[in-house]
Design a binder for this molecule. Structure first.
Ligand code: NAD
Length: 250
């Protein structure tokens, strides 16, 4: 049902973004990939998805503008690229704060402002932002990430109100813990910050609030993104849809 639509998914060389790119492609969308990674693996993904890949660093305004110029006019914009750093606030590396806020929040501002004119012209558009359970609730040692994701929720709601008359929706999808490199990579720092073993981090920190006691799968997040692109979802806008095993119900 997405034939003739072009979807840009930021941070789509790995994890959730890759699952979203695959799911949108499976529905017929033309996909534009973005993100870092091994050159050969990216070439294989391009071939698999018949996709363009724009290699831009979205922590900078110039990178965001380069991405949007390279991607062309997009009908579906998925702001998904993100990164994490785990540290107590008093030791939080200042440059990590800057880059996390730049990637997880400011990049979505730049891509959205550049994507909206075409969507308005076409009278149809979908803006889907991968937020997080941490856009709704906090947990310690993730000050930059939690601040950026809460901000992304605010940006999404604002954009939703502005673009609603033009057939465009803007929503967040907020996963709990999804088993991807982003989660795997934070285990050592969390072990150190909290003085726990790997097993304790998984059971007592990561999954402690997910009532299902299961990691979310990237394909489950992608399925929500596909739904949001359907015409039946035209009145779903400004929402922040949890896929978190019940984490944020408390
Ligand atoms: P991931 O690390 O597997 O993928 C991140 C993607 O972003 C990769 O393609 C990477 O190359 C790209 N990226 C990183 N820095 C970039 C930059 N400067 N410019 C452009 N691209 C860049 O992570 P993931 O778990 O799939 O996370 C995707 C999104 O989902 C993120 O926004 C993350 O915050 C969010 N999220 C993840 C989880 C989880 O548990 N994994 C939970 C909630 C929200």
């Amino acid at each position: 049902f997405l034939n003739g639509k072009r979807a840009l998914v930021t941070g789509s060389t790995s994890g959730i973004g890759l699952a979203m790119a695959r799911a949108l492609r499976a529905e017929g969308a033309e996909v534009v990939l973005n993100g870092f990674g091994d050159e050969r693996e990216i070439a294989a993904l391009r071939e698999e998805l018949g996709a363009l890949h724009v290699n831009a660093d979205l922590t900078t305004r110039a990178g965001c503008e380069e991405l949007m110029a390279g991607a062309g006019a997009v009908d579906i914009l998925v702001n998904n690229a993100g990164m994490q750093h785990v540290s107590p606030i008093e030791d939080f590396p200042v440059e990590k704060w800057d880059s996390i806020v730049a990637l997880n929040l400011t990049a979505a501002f730049h891509t959205t402002r550049l994507a909206v004119p075409h969507m308005k012209q076409r009278g149809w558009g979908r803006i889907i932002n991968t937020a997080s359970a941490h856009s709704k609730v906090a947990s310690p040692f993730k000050s930059a990430y939690n601040a950026a994701k809460h901000g992304l929720d605010g940006l999404t709601k604002t954009v939703a109100l502005e673009v609603a008359p033009h057939g465009i929706t803007a929503n967040c999808i907020s996963p709990g813990y999804v088993w991807t490199p982003l989660v795997e990579n934070q285990i050592p720092d969390t072990m150190e910050a909290r003085g726990l073993t790997r097993k304790e981090v998984i059971n007592d920190v990561l999954l402690v609030k997910q009532a299902t006691k299961k990691f979310v799968q990237p394909t489950e997040v992608a399925a929500v993104a596909v739904f949001l692109c359907r015409d039946e979802a035209q009145n779903v806008t400004g929402a922040n849809w949890s896929v978190d095993g019940g984490w944020t119900t408390e």
